[in-house]
Write a protein of this length. Structure first.
Length: 133
């Protein structure tokens, strides 16, 4: 039960209502910025037009860097920490990435990592768009 007199908590609740976190995965491997941009705009236009704040969740993709700068979108990066987590690093990164995400856009080049992420996302029943070559 929230104390609505607490300005901080009330602000947090309001901000959560208008936050949309989307994972954009695999675009870098497509090597076609225009194609990826077109598909991302198509997927995100309705959210952007509604005034929702969008944050892209990324694994360090250069496409995401360019796209986010061009359209002034926040990015949260999820890197693989091999030194700390060893063999479990990729699995930890993937689960951390998915934890707070609301939807995913995949550019599927057939890699095992993308297949594994798609599987987890589908199991969590999150909205997903997949683009293949």
């Amino acid at each position: 039960h929230y104390n609505y007199n607490n300005k901080y908590i009330f602000t947090q609740i309001l901000n959560q209502k208008f936050m949309f976190n989307v994972g954009i995965i695999g675009a870098e491997s497509f090597d076609d910025y225009d194609f990826c941009q077109e598909k991302c705009i198509k997927c995100l236009k309705k959210k952007a037009d509604s005034g929702e704040s969008i944050t892209i969740f990324s694994t360090g993709d250069s496409f995401v860097d360019q796209f986010s700068k061009r359209f002034h979108i926040n990015v949260k990066y999820f890197y693989t920490d091999w030194k700390t987590y060893g063999k479990m690093a990729l699995k930890k990164r993937n689960y951390d990435l998915i934890e707070d995400c609301h939807a995913f856009i995949f550019f599927d080049n057939g890699s095992n990592d993308i297949a594994y992420l798609k599987k987890i996302v589908k199991e969590k029943d999150l909205p997903i768009r997949v683009y293949k070559r």
